[in-house]
Design a protein around this ligand. Structure first.
Ligand code: F0G
Length: 362
């Protein structure tokens, strides 16, 4: 009996590594969800969410991690090292456990969301909390990776991006090539990976169009998007990035050039959204469409809304927003949302309060 292959390894002919024994948990094959209420708000024909929160560790990082950890094991490394704002860490910890590799995670102290921290602990990684930001952690990873004992798992490792490009293939299988793909941008790897996937489909003769890529950064951590909007031709690196979307709190994106190329080659754009735009988008997605995104994941929705307000869309397009991480990753972010919590002293009291609450609302 042949076992079914799920996720990114369905596309193994398109991946640049040959292995008969990948380290996999069925990453990829995530839902593409049509979001009709957001369609009305954004004012285009179709809007889809590619929900990367549905990956095994809850973010798109698993696509690339499966590939990178497979290679780490085949290279005979004893240990892997990753700098992270949290999701790469959680994914690395999980996949490295499966491959029986020792995992060192370099994290900016106090700036990693609770769920990601919990995952890294649960999978038994060695956690190094650095007094500094992600950019300092990445510098540490780069230096450690010069020693042959350590296999690096950051996106300066090109294999990660080869795994992440499979998102484009999946979208194409379901709806063909969309007009726009909107992607949150931090270290700037994912947007270039997705663009690579769509370009391959065209170069190999599967499709004859390309999407326009829109990269979204958070105000306060927008070295690429702010510079692009000012008409500059290189980013404005920042020493002190800030945003409540901690996943994309990055001042010196290592892959900025690839992201810049993806946007300019595709006649796309970059946009900046505020933290309050992000929280509003997180709420809309959760309360109108049932999709839980962590703040950075909701940045693509906030970006699409802002682009619509600026007249970027003509109304006839299909837009895919990549929601990069699950809402469970960042439980603290719910403090920004209004909630109704009733306290009851007994069964009768609870029933009375529920009925009263229903009456007030209908
Ligand atoms: N969204 C989420 C949820 C992320 O975790 C990240 C990056 C991004 C978007 C941005 O992707 O860096 O390819 O532009 N997180 C990295 C990490 C930095 O360490 O988990 P990018």
């Amino acid at each position: 009996r042949r076992s079914r292959i799920y996720g990114i390894w369905r596309f193994k002919e398109f991946l640049p590594i040959k292995t008969s024994n990948p380290i996999t948990m069925g990453e990829g094959s995530t839902p593409l969800v049509r979001v009709e209420k957001l369609e009305k708000l954004i004012g285009v024909r179709r809007v889809y969410v590619k929900f990367e929160g549905a990956n095994p560790t809850g973010s798109f990082k698993d696509r690339g991690m499966s590939l990178a950890i497979t290679l780490a094991r085949e290279s005979g490394s004893k240990a892997v090292v990753a700098a992270s704002t949290g999701n790469t860490a959680a994914s690395a910890a999980a996949y490295a456990s499966r491959a029986s590799l020792l995992t060192f995670l370099l994290l900016p102290r106090g700036k990693v969301a609770l769920g990601k921290m919990a995952q890294s602990i649960l999978h038994g990684a060695i956690i190094v909390e650095i007094e500094g930001n992600f950019d300092d952690a990445l510098e540490t990873a780069r230096r450690l990776a010069q020693r042959e004992e350590f296999y690096p798992l950051n996106s300066f490792n090109p294999w990660r991006l080869e795994g992440q490009k499979t998102l484009a293939y999946e979208v194409f299988e379901e709806i063909g090539v969309p007009d726009h793909v909107v992607v949150p941008v931090g270290n700037a790897g994912n947007i270039s990976a997705i663009w690579k996937g769509f370009k391959e489909l065209k170069n190999w003769g599967y499709s004859d169009t390309l999407p326009r890529m829109a990269g979204i950064q958070a105000e306060g951590s927008s070295p690429i998007a702010s510079a692009f909007k000012l008409g500059l031709d290189a980013p404005l690196f920042t020493e002190n990035p800030e945003t409540l979307a901690t996943a994309i709190r990055i001042g010196k994106p290592v892959n900025w050039f690839k992201a810049w190329k993806a946007v300019t080659e595709s006649s796309g754009t970059f946009e900046v959204v505020s933290d309050s735009d992000i929280i509003r988008a997180q709420r809309l997605l959760a309360r109108e469409e049932g999709i839980a995104a962590e703040p950075a994941g909701a940045a693509s929705i906030a970006g699409a809304i802002k682009l619509a307000q600026n007249g970027y869309f003509n109304g006839d397009e299909t837009v895919v927003c990549v929601v990069t991480g699950h809402g469970l990753k960042d439980p603290d972010s719910v403090k920004f949302h209004p909630t109704t919590r009733l306290r009851a002293m007994s069964v009768d009291d609870a029933i009375e309060k529920v009925i009263k609450s229903l009456m007030e609302r209908s």
